[in-house]
Design a protein around this ligand. Sequence first.
Ligand code: 13P
Ligand code: SF4
Length: 354
Amino acid sequence: APSDPDLVERARAAKAKLGDKVFVLGHHYQRDEVIEFADVTGDSFKLARDAAARPDAEYIVFCGVHFMAESADILTTEDQQVVLPDLAAGCSMADMATAEQVAECWDVLTEAGVAEVTVPVSYMNSSADIKAFTGKHGGTICTSSNAERALTWAFEQGEKVLFLPDQHLGRNTAVRDMGMSLDDCVLYNPHKPNGGLTAEELRGAKMILWRGHCSVHGRFSLDSVNDVRERIPGVNVLVHPECRHEVVAAADYVGSTEYIIKTLEAAPRGSKWAIGTELNLVRRLANRFADEGKEIVFLDKTVCFCSTMNRIDLPHLVWALESLADGKVVNRIEVDPEVAAFSKLALERMLALP
Ligand code: 13P
Ligand code: SF4
């Protein structure tokens, strides 16, 4: 549905009043009505870099989910304030690894005699606490656009990687991009004693994968891929690496949201694409490229929006902007300074990856 013209006008007016004081970042999964007011859009990596590159903006309004706003707070200066227009915009994957569970996991690895040779690599989609743990133990953060480089770096520092919290990104990168086998990977289940693993299994593994996943991407299946290939002969299947291993293995192209956009920009007229990622982005791309004669469909019609990304809507954005324009900071995301210091270490290791 088209956006309420009154709200559009109010968002414009508040932004105009704030001028350069505010910088609005929008993740690719945001609604169209929100993307319209973003000064920059991007994948998680690009948005982290862009937030850090704006030291003059007093306020960073982050249209995305909580862990992204936390990372922006960690990477910006002390004077800058980061605002998340709806505090309920979390991420179920990030919630699958708590600080207590990860500390317990490290004890299990220590007990098995492997902690010393293990380097933690944490996906951006994790809380600041997990990023701090990662920094403290000599590890790095990664996103879906640099996971292979992060893992290559980590295996130069140690013999094993503890990959948190997305098992699929960890497994897909290790097996699809780096030539490891499925047998090199074990799955650590935080809800079982010792992660459900024996000390011997831990000693034999190269990749210790945390048992987390994305509830949206986890719903694409091998059937989704087979069905679309049958329905649309010649279709190219392009998916996000948060999809399950069998989906990624059956796809033609795999990459971050930014990669997905770039790939479609470069695609020839008349080509056909089935995309396995969040629905707001796929719809926007289908509309954008329809004029260029590129046919773009959603990989599986039964999969829906990321409900937490969708929490940020135009009414919340207007409220945040108008409050800032009135000199009132609402929904500020502020990471504890000690946590922020260790998280920053891990994030800076990522930003410095070759
Ligand atoms: P990208 O880094 O590919 O944008 O993915 C972010 C993400 O997973 C949000 O779910
Ligand atoms: Fe989290 Fe998945 Fe939503 Fe991304 S799409 S924010 S990983 S739940």
